[in-house]
Design a protein around this ligand. Structure first.
Ligand code: COA
Length: 377
């Protein structure tokens, strides 16, 4: 069988999340109080028919529509405060580690320990995240310094929910070219800052978490590591998932704080378009390696929405996947943007025997898609 390999492996992985848990019931209680107060404030306009009353949210809808039961959040005091509806995350002075660098460092130290490496072994840091708290200095360079990496280079990539798989592929490719030997991929998804907590269609979707990989040539990998046989990326422009926040915002005071500067989406359209796109993308990638979908021991899919995940797996396999074949972590974590498929991998790979094939795949805003076909060493 024609089988390729990149000669590169994932040798360590680590997951970290903030300690604070936000259940659906807590989220809904805070949101509904906001709705009642907002409607009371605008009672006259609502009665006059010039303003639509806001509708309440329910935990039942959230679970049924998404499979999410809870999420970890950086701060919940602000999220459940009906007068605030936004996380309270105090700005930090420039001589303190920034939030995303701190998230990255927590997961990186776990991944490095797992790989049996220290920060000084690292000669490349690729940071992938759907949101970056600033553009320069690159947060990856701050992480490089924070983990004690003294050589090499670091950069940030942001391609929506494929930022983390994309960062892993960029690390793999850099090692293949000889530009680096020991890469750290860090994914600090502090997503709660980009959400519109006042919008019931999306207020339940995201959670905060961080994940990291160590990526090295197979010669340096120990048994149990995951060889990257092949990787692929694709993108196709769509505005269906979008956030317009950016450095030009203050240049137009009339729209500076508009709600399109937060996450917004056409959820139904995304669902309809992304399921066939992702299934075709994964299937064609496997075909190129002469692998049948049924030969894959595990699918670590982007954790957007349980129904969406289940359908992508079903379209790929031609039958429903079991929970073991396509594990779900979003019940506990919510949608952690690009971190989801890497967290699913980190939490659900150690039971698999050497020689088992696995697929890690993401699909999200952009649209951006990426997949890695792996084999356990
Ligand atoms: N509580 C109660 N009802 C709610 C609600 C809430 N929090 N949010 C929406 N509803 C209502 C809607 O208003 C609508 O009511 P209507 O039929 O009277 O108009 C109904 O529930 C269905 O809403 P809809 O938005 O069509 O639900 P859905 O089944 O499409 O699920 C998503 C919504 C977002 C979960 C789903 O579209 C989705 O997952 N899409 C994929 C998007 C995605 O994964 N994006 C990834 C970002 S990285």
């Amino acid at each position: 069988m024609a089988r390729t390999t990149t000669g590169i492996a994932i040798t360590g992985h680590g997951v970290w999340h903030p300690p604070s848990v936000l259940t659906n019931d807590e989220l809904v209680a805070g949101f509904n109080e906001f709705v009642r107060r907002d409607n009371a404030r605008h009672q006259a306009e609502i009665t006059a028919g010039v303003r639509e009353a806001l509708k309440e949210s329910t935990s039942e809808f959230i679970y049924r529509a998404s499979g999410i039961e809870q999420r970890y959040v950086q701060d919940k005091t602000g999220l459940v405060d009906p007068e605030r509806m936004c996380p309270n995350i105090p700005d930090r002075p420039e001589d303190q580690l920034s939030y995303q660098a701190e998230y990255a460092k927590h997961a990186a130290m776990i991944a490095l320990a797992k790989a049996g490496r220290a920060g000084e072994d690292v000669d490349l840091v690729v940071l992938g995240a759907s949101n970056l708290q600033r553009l320069y200095p690159a947060i990856a360079i701050e992480v490089q310094d924070a983990v004690g990496a003294k050589k090499g280079y670091a950069f940030d990539v942001s391609i929506g929910c494929s930022a983390a798989t994309g960062a892993t592929i960029m690390a793999q490719q850099a090692i293949q070219t000889g530009a680096a030997k020991c890469a750290l991929v860090v994914v600090p998804e502090l997503t709660t800052g980009h959400m519109n907590w006042r919008e019931r269609d999306s207020h339940f979707i995201f959670g905060d978490a961080s994940v990291a990989f160590v990526v090295e040539p197979v010669e340096r990998a120990k048994p149990g590591a995951w060889e990257i046989l092949s990787s692929r990326m694709m993108s196709k422009f769509s505005s269906n998932i979008r956030n317009n926040a950016g450095y030009l915002d203050r240049c137009d005071p009339s729209t500076e704080h508009a709600i399109d500067k937060l996450f917004h989406q056409h959820g139904r359209r995304v669902f309809k378009e992304v399921v066939p796109l992702a299934a075709k993308f994964i299937t064609e990638h496997l075909q190129s390696l002469e692998l049948a979908p049924s030969q894959i021991g595990r699918y670590w899919l982007h954790q957007a929405n349980q129904k969406l995940n289940e359908l992508v797996a079903e379209y790929t396999l031609g039958r429903k996947a079991t929970r073991e074949e396509a594990p779900i972590i979003l019940d506990e974590f919510g949608n952690t943007a690009s971190a989801g498929s890497l967290i699913a991998f980190s939490k659900h790979n150690e039971d698999l025997a050497p020689g088992t094939f696995g697929v890690m795949s993401s699909f999200g805003a952009g649209y951006s898609l990426a997949s890695l076909v792996l084999r356990r060493m």
